[in-house]
Design a protein around this ligand. Structure first.
Ligand SMILES: Nc1nc2c(ncn2[C@@H]2O[C@H](COP(=O)(O)OP(=O)(O)O)[C@@H](O)[C@H]2O)c(=O)[nH]1
Ligand SMILES: [Mg+2]
Length: 646
């Protein structure tokens, strides 16, 4: 299976990077170059490599064959269906399939009642008590199927209670629920499902997200606002027997759209194999449908993949090559494998390369500072050859004087550092979650009292405006800090003849864009949700609002974390250099003094320092080699194809 092989290649690459990071770490430690900043950076690199998830979401109206396609693509080697798939609604809630070795194989389900509590699904992920767990034995296919069938569980509840959970009761159109004679409606029993399933692809970080259809009864805003946008790939599935329906089109336009990592699948082409027409005629018909789908969705026909998930699954289980080819599933797999992992690798490589380069650059600067200082000491000692005692005494005096000048500079440095601390605090007060929390509280209250859609929208707009202002003010704080640090670096560099890299530029522009994007998406969705509702808007509005708040909070969390990293990275090279110069000063003074006190022979000392310098030269060479290795491994995959597993 191509995707599996690509995963192997990706994993091999990831191991290479991890190994290089390890080499860099021990090399830094040996050279006394590993400060807490570098340690943190290395931990971040490793975490990024470890936690590396690849989320593939399957989106469509129900019964287009999402679950069947997931079975065919990922689970055919189990010799049967893993996800339940049959006519009608089998998936009632978003279902994530992944593998976490530290947990037993099981399905965890979040009861639908949790909707009433206003907490979002992502909030509840970290609350194990909120979930009901059903372990299964992955070696018992029937047992697995039985357990997984629970994603389709429903229950009957009073219509009034359903309203309270955010469902719409009506005549069945627009996804509303119809009450039975006893005034009860059938609702999904679960809000979200997480399947922990041992599988080689999942073990390598693949996360499959099956959705119950976005226009499904009472679909949650979180799915479209958060789960889908953060997926690395979205497969949008159509069926050849229905073509592109109005609801398909609405889902595509509102929630999927074109963009990178979007593939369209035209499923169920086996319906056209009527056994009467020739392959040629059938293929022409498929091609016609593919082109028509592409036109309707505004995509080139080459982005639309016609397949038969069901025949593909059967073919894989029966090892029927001819049927597998006819199902055209391998073409979709190739496209997925070709697009997905390189895109992922590209992101990881880029970020890691930037970090590794920065660390290597800082290490080089420190080594160069050390080397220059050694040179100075050697020169100084060389001039001592054949000099008398009083001249040596003079040199001691000179070194002493230099040390004092340096210490004066150091006091200046500490003064600047306290300004830096103050500015950092200002930044965090603007960017902090406390400010956001207050705004959210206020908006929540306004929304509770609002009676008209327009008022609700205004309240929401105000929350976004307030959050935007926090980001903008913080952006100003950041430029102020940047300017101050640049000035400080120049002055310090000139005074002590050391070079310090200019700070990595930092901006909150990306977070600002995320916020804007969220606002646009929220407005569009809120408008369409509200239009559908006739009666109780309260629960859904509240839920919708909580999702948005938790999304904004996530943006701020990231902004805070980024700012924190940036501030540390800003200060640490300067601090390292200050410490280094201080060390060299002490050495020099020590040198001359020891010679003066005749505690050590001049030639011995010169020999010792020369050896030290050779050692530093070796270290610089090793660093260059390591950088070359890093550059080669972290080169973007488009520039060089992924290496096969070595
Ligand atoms: N003929 C045919 N039927 C399919 C194919 N894929 C799925 N189905 C059927 O379509 C129905 C819905 O499939 P399912 O995977 O549950 O759809 P979902 O609701 O999108 O997850 C089931 O009866 C499947 O057997 C296919 O490629 N060809
Ligand atoms: Mg399904």
């Amino acid at each position: 299976m191509t995707l599996a092989r690509q995963f192997d290649a990706y994993r091999a690459w990831r191991d290479d990077v991890r190994q290089l990071a390890g080499r860099l770490q021990s090399w830094l430690a040996e050279g006394e170059l590993l400060d807490s900043q570098a340690e943190q950076q290395l931990r971040r690199i490793r975490d990024r490599l470890d936690e590396d998830k690849l989320v593939v979401a399957f989106v469509a109206e129900f019964s287009r064959g999402k679950s069947e396609l997931i079975n065919a693509l990922f689970f055919a080697d189990r010799g049967g269906r893993v996800l339940p798939s049959s006519a009608g609604r089998t998936t009632m809630c978003p279902t994530e399939i992944s593998w976490d070795k530290s947990l037993p194989p099981r399905i965890s389900l979040l009861p639908i009642e949790t909707r009433a509590e206003g907490a979002s699904i992502s909030d509840l992920r970290s609350v194990p008590e909120a979930w009901e767990n059903f372990p299964f034995d992955p070696e018992m296919p029937d047992g697995v199927t039985e357990s997984l069938r629970r994603v389709g569980d429903t229950k009957l509840i009073a219509a009034a209670d359903a309203l309270g959970l955010g469902f719409t009761i009506g005549n069945g159109s627009d996804g509303s629920l119809v009450a039975n004679r006893d005034g009860q409606v059938e609702i999904p029993r679960w809000r979200h499902a997480m399947i922990n399933f041992p599988h080689p692809l999942l073990e390598q970080g693949l996360v499959v997200l099956d959705t119950p259809g976005l226009n499904a009864i009472g679909a949650e805003p979180e799915l479209t606002l958060s789960l889908l946008p953060s997926a690395h790939a979205v497969l949008f599935i159509l069926a050849a027997d229905t073509g592109v329906t109005q609801t398909d089109l609405a889902v595509w336009r509102d929630h999927v759209g074109s963009g990178s990592g979007r593939l369209v699948v035209l499923n169920k082409i086996d319906g056209l194999w009527d056994g009467l027409r020739t392959d040629e005629v059938i293929n022409a018909e498929i091609q016609r449908q593919v082109e028509s789908c592409g036109r309707t969705l505004g995509l080139p026909a080459s982005s639309v993949f016609a397949v038969s998930a069901q025949k593909g699954l059967v073919a894989k289980i029966e090892r029927n090559e001819a049927l597998l080819e006819k199902s055209r599933l391998p073409l979709l797999e190739d496209a997925l494998a070709e697009g997905l992992l390189p895109a992922k690798q590209d992101i990881v490589a880029r970020v890691t390369a930037a970090e590794a380069r920065q660390m290597a650059g800082e290490a080089r600067q420190l080594l160069m500072t050390r080397r220059a200082a050694l040179g100075l000491q050697l020169d100084e000692l060389a001039t001592l050859r054949g000099k008398n005692e009083s001249m040596v005494a003079q040199m001691v005096g000179r070194a002493q004087l230099e040390k004092e000048t340096y210490e004066k500079g150091l006091r200046e440095y500490y003064a600047v550092r306290s300004v830096y601390t103050r500015l950092s605090e200002t930044l965090f007060s603007h960017l902090g979650l406390e400010a956001l929390r207050a705004h959210a509280r206020q908006t929540r209250e306004t929304m509770r009292q609002a009676r008209f859609t327009r008022q609700l929208l205004t309240a929401m707009g105000e929350l976004f405006a307030a959050a935007g202002e926090c980001l903008d003010t913080s952006e100003n704080d950041i430029s102020e800090i940047s300017m101050m640090m640049s000035a400080m670096r120049d002055r310090f560099g000139k005074a002590y003849g050391v070079s310090i890299d200019s700070p990595v530029p930092f901006s909150l522009a990306m977070r600002r864009r995320q916020l804007n994007h969220l606002e646009v998406a929220a407005r569009r969705q809120y408008g369409s949700v509200i239009r559908l509702l006739t009666s109780d808007k309260r629960t859904l509005t509240q839920q919708f609002f909580e999702t948005i708040v938790s999304q904004i909070r996530r943006i701020f969390d990231h902004a805070n974390r980024d700012a924190d990293h940036w501030l540390r990275a800003l200060m640490s090279p300067l601090e390292n250099q200050v410490r280094e110069v201080q060390r060299q000063m002490r050495h020099r003074l020590d040198n001359v003094r020891r010679i003066y006190e005749a505690a050590e022979g001049l030639e011995d000392r010169i020999e010792e320092l020369t050896q030290e310098r050779t050692l530093l030269d070796d270290r610089l060479k090793e660093l260059a080699q390591m950088e070359t290795a890093l550059d080669q491994t972290l080169r973007p995959p488009n520039a060089a194809p992924i290496r096969a597993a070595a």
